[in-house]
Design a binder for this molecule. Sequence first.
Ligand code: NAG
Ligand code: NAG
Ligand code: ZN
Length: 469
Amino acid sequence: MGLRFSTLLVLLYFIYGFVVISSNKDEYDPTIKTMEEFSGYPIHEPDFQDSLSSLSVETESLQRQIDELATLSDTPAPSVTRVLYTEKDVLARRYIKNLMSLSGLSVKEDAVGNIFGRWDGYESELAPVSSGSHIDAIPYSGKYDGVVGVLGAIEAINVLKRSGFKPKRSLEVIMFTSEEPTRFGISCLGSRLLAGSEELAQLLKKTVDGQNISFSNAARLAGYEDNEALSSVFLKKGSYSAFIELHIEQGPILEEEATSIGVVTAIAAPASIKVDFEGNGGHAGAALMPTRNDAGLAAAELALAVEKHVLDSGSIDTVGTVGILELHPGAINSIPSKSHLEIDTRDIDEKRRNEVIEKIKESALSISKKRGVKLSEFKIVNQDPPALSDDEIIKATESSCKELNLSYKKMISRAYHDSLFMARISPMGMIFIPCYKGYSHKPEEFSAIEDIGNGVRVLALTLAKLSMS
Ligand SMILES: *[C@@H]1O[C@H](CO)[C@@H](O)[C@H](O)[C@H]1NC(C)=O
Ligand SMILES: *[C@@H]1O[C@H](CO)[C@@H](O)[C@H](O)[C@H]1NC(C)=O
Ligand SMILES: [Zn+2]
């Protein structure tokens, strides 16, 4: 053996794209150790190369599961509508629990229906590594948002099981309750609670939906009887050694650049603000211009001020939107006496975003003064901090991409996800896959099964690495 064999090995390493080759045998190399454990074979046997090719995703059954889950919808295909605690949501939850059981995971649910499926590691006393996403869908949306990260995580576990991998830390799949704010106006309800939001636990006691059904009743009707003690949902910081979410990009970059994987480095966080102006109104003909205090014009001026302050931040990552602007009484011949704006502003830099909010507030005050209208409300509805991905998780994901010979780029997530809240209690990372034209939240949402399969393989390998660390 000797020389010829090691030359062959080095060649194999190059062909299969392994970047880490340590010539110093004494040097501890976690990558190699991981791969050794992972492959189930000693690393210096030729069989070793099979370990990566054995990371095969059963794409046909994964696509079938995505399609089956999409039929649990309150609107006709191709649209999907699946709202928290509705009959279809309950059926979809059953579907997920069933798949978890079929994969040999032990399934558990908390008081609001966050679902956990665990594969015990051989050092199961260590904090587990987890992965997951959501399956609720806003009205008339698509079948990939969230779903890819839940079904994909279960398939990633299957991939690892088929390859013969044995995790050291336990691996866990999480399906989060209500990432979308559709029913109760609260986004990331499940993950926010998991992260220990006492504020949300209190709020939920008095929250009702559009039909005046209380959160607690809706949960009870869906089979979650013990939802009074919401603090039972809280998890301690350190409950997981890592959390990683697979998700469609919901933007066009990966597809445009023909890149397989996005490694998320930070998640921008939204703040939302509600503003009300009040003036005297009046007749559109009779009231002369100098005497007016037009609440509509105050709103228009504030909308432009939002744009200005956002642009003044100097960063492409700062964005702001006035998505709602309502005028009262809303008649062509009546000067608006009331106006209502809802402003969404986001950034990956919390300080910069909060400065924008401060400037918007100053503008609202100065506009109200200048125009003689009353600023009857300026309310910051929520102001979540952005989150940075964990360096070790980023590195593990990058090296998984390299080892699988998949192109990748580092990018930020401009949409928020359950990961934003998991970052409060665990090191966090995200894996993006391309989606058609960046479409999301509409029926045209689409990701090719090849891209989903790539995402699942990267997830599987990353979970394997993180499990051994
Ligand atoms: C790696 O990817 C490149 C580009 O897609 C391809 O040309 C090459 O054959 C791949 N190598 C292996 C070992 O799969
Ligand atoms: C909503 O329900 C509560 C309690 O059942 C009731 O007191 C209240 O009047 C209802 N509100 C509306 C707007 O129907
Ligand atoms: Zn989502």
